[in-house]
Design a protein around this ligand. Sequence first.
Ligand code: AMP
Length: 600
Amino acid sequence: MSTIRQIEPDVHGGPPPNLVDYDEGRERFSWEQARATLDGLPGGRGLNIAHEAVVRHVEHGRGDVVALRWRGRDGTARDITYRELDEESGRFANALAALGVEPGDVVVTLLGRVPQLYATVIGTLRHRAVLSPLLSVFGPEPIRQRIDLAAARVLVTTPSLYRRRIAPMRDELSSLRHVILVGEGDVPAGAVAWDAVVGAAEPVHRIPPTRPDDLALLHFTSGTTGLPKGAMHVHEAVVAHGATGSMVLDLRPGDVYWCTADPGWVTGTSYGIVAPLVHGVTSVIDEGDFEAGRWYELLERERVDVWYTAPTAVRMLMKAGPEPRAGRDLSALRLVASVGEPLHPEAVLWGEEVLGLPIRDNWWQTETGGIMVANYRCLPVRPGSMGRPLPGIEAVLLARDEHGEVVLDAAGEPVTVTEPDREGELALRAGWPSMFRGYLGQPERYARCFAGPWYRTGDLARRDADGWFWFAGRADDVIKSAGHLIGPTEVEQALLAHPAVTDAGVIGVPDPVAGEVVKAFVSLAAGFEPSDELRLELIGFARTRLGPAVAPRALAFDQHLPTTRSGKIMRRVLKARELGLSEGDLSTLESGGPDQEVAR
Ligand code: AMP
């Protein structure tokens, strides 16, 4: 039998990990204990993320610790302490109250990594309003849909984003009552400047009683069909952010931590804002975009201890070669972790060679609210594996029939795959604190996520004989491009709005850096002929509506798109054709499976 290559945990030195022994940790762990490491609101008034993340540190005399070490695009730098964040978020909460915003109302952010983002997030949670972050690279269409679905009351953005993306459709955004603009620029009618409304508010703010199951965050995610889904998360999620920050990211007082995730994505909130603040560490906030030289310099200069990044970023660093890394002292690094897409074995090993540490993959998704499967500091790394379930989390693989339905036994219970290295749908026993509590306004879609006691993740995976999980592909047609989850329907609908397009099918095709890129196949209306000009026009049309992160990168004309009898585009057939495979081959290809023979 071939042995699975693994990197032993003890060769990298540093203090002992927070989770010292995985098996013992699993046995001993309880969510009640994890909850007990938090403070709760004083006087038994409940549990609020903002209190755990910011206010309690000030109350415990840690107000002078730097919470955010902000590094601006233009070279400016600003350190923001826990006390300052307490005050600025208190101002934001008081400003919301003054504007008449009610607890439960939705506040949307369309912001890059600017200091006001952090005060907005924490201030919204203090007020018991619901935060819904949007990606600032979204075009007008995804923004409009999400603001509408959320019935958002408040939007916080910049004058420039407002002018380009919001102003032209402001009349359509009927739920919006207040637009708060951050930073330099004109403040048009219908919007207010941050300095005028937040800057002028009182910094002292007392968090009102908050129930653990009060709504806190609304994260939009994409499915295969229909509109985006708003996954609803509650204040109790902070218990999981605290526990995973400790057990997976190994955060401890005094750490400098850097999470590269976009703040418009769930990782950017849960692990870019909440988890590090809960642990009272200092987060480096880099406003700029990826640039290999600057990233290495930042790791060295800020003496980053724990770095949480993503496979696309790792692949971009790998592509940049050794030159930008040369001469940089990265000895402060204790843990490098990655999430969001498959992390290939080569990338794990590259980490060990170039950063001095294997990159520790972990797995979770918008709905789970926090990390669920991970490679821990205390365990060996098996390159290509996403690791083992978090203590407190029971993960299984559900058997599926040829239609993708969960197989039930005679008693009507879901059948789990018990044999090692066999594929099944990754499922988690429902009930952990950061589990989403529904899709906003779509109870049937939520109900469909469960089979008996199991939450179905929609991902296919295998488990090896020792309990390590290996990602094997999505069970549906959603696309993962540079870490963004993209619903093919959203892209198809944008293309169908062009008069030349009568039918559209959208798939992800492999890309060496982004993992997958979006490719569209379109049928043309009578009177239109395929041409390079039309191809560019359609890509440009989709880009203007959807933004560059979601729009197709490639487009092909096809007057005979494969459809089911009911007329639905068969994306898997498109994909198999694109890759020159049969549909059966496609399933095999998507299931990389345990990599038994990775060379170091
Ligand atoms: P999102 O909800 O946008 O965070 O996307 C979640 C999806 O990203 C998961 O359901 C997986 O398909 C994929 N994903 C997340 N982490 C990993 C990982 N470590 N390996 C492979 N795929 C991942």
